[in-house]
Design a binder for this molecule. Sequence first.
Ligand code: FAD
Length: 301
Amino acid sequence: MIAAARQGHALRGELRYNEPLPRRTSWRVGGPAARLYRPADRDDLIEFLCGLDADEPLLWLGLGSNLLIEDRGFPGTVMETQGRLTALSMSTPTRLRAEAGVCRAKVARFAIRHGLVGVELLAGMPGTIGSALAMNAGAWGGETWRHVALVHTVDRHGVTRARGRADLETGYRHVVIADGEWFLEAELQLPTGDTGAAQARIHALPDRHAAAQPSALRSCGSVFRNPLGDHAARLIEAAGLKGMRLGGAEVSRKHANFIINTGNASARDIALLIARVQSEVEHHSGIRLIPEVRRVGELSS
Ligand SMILES: Cc1cc2nc3c(=O)[nH]c(=O)nc-3n(C[C@H](O)[C@H](O)[C@H](O)COP(=O)(O)OP(=O)(O)OC[C@H]3O[C@@H](n4cnc5c(N)ncnc54)[C@H](O)[C@@H]3O)c2cc1C
């Protein structure tokens, strides 16, 4: 539960109860959040955390494009960052600061406007900067943490910290951060370069995606991480699973590592299909695929 704000520190954000989550996720499935907080800004978010009960489950939400929220919903507080922590500025001519709720495409365009390159890949995937840090989001060999100079974090007591890149272990779609600590802001150190070419790379992204992915359909992008030296999509296709369907969930015929909500899928349909793909691929190739998608909430029985 949520305790009141500390004396003399009124909260300025918006607290909602029993808030539906499907429209906040790209799969459009899942039950409601018991509580959802939309902070007014960073200080208000910190104030909210200071008043939070120690045992309140907390889920930070970006654009919900990598989350499978269970049908019974999330039994705690969802912290909405998108459209909330939105400050974006230059701190030096080559260093950019972006708060956690800023959309990635905006960061890529902002960098180019300031003569900087190297983060065009951020424009090619949905999501906020906070979750790009949390997941080390990437594509085509590039990844978010390559350009991170510093991050600012907050824990559930409202204590903020600045951490350098060397302070955190990062790898392929993998970042180790203390349990109960989240990203508030990133400082990216970027090179100057050919911004015309960078702009052209961004413009080419939609066609590149449309050719390879079911971009217009409801998905969460790649469901599984690529195993070392191989591709999850190749293994799924080799196991003959393209087009496999369970309830309203379907393995995409265009990109086998995508699972589509064809219209009326439940979270359970998707979770069962993920488990089925995992076991069929393991049976076929001996490789156990590891989901990239994060599953949260109360399991339905
Ligand atoms: C069509 C499509 C294409 C995609 N292509 C790619 C791709 O090429 N490469 C790729 O890497 N991904 C891709 N994805 C997946 C998705 O874009 C990424 O995983 C992205 O990082 C998720 O961002 P989000 O803001 O939607 O995060 P969410 O789904 O909202 O959250 C993801 C995780 O991050 C955590 N989180 C969110 N904000 C914070 C914060 N401030 N601090 C700490 N933790 C936080 C959440 O709690 C959750 O665990 C694709 C998805 C779709 C739908």
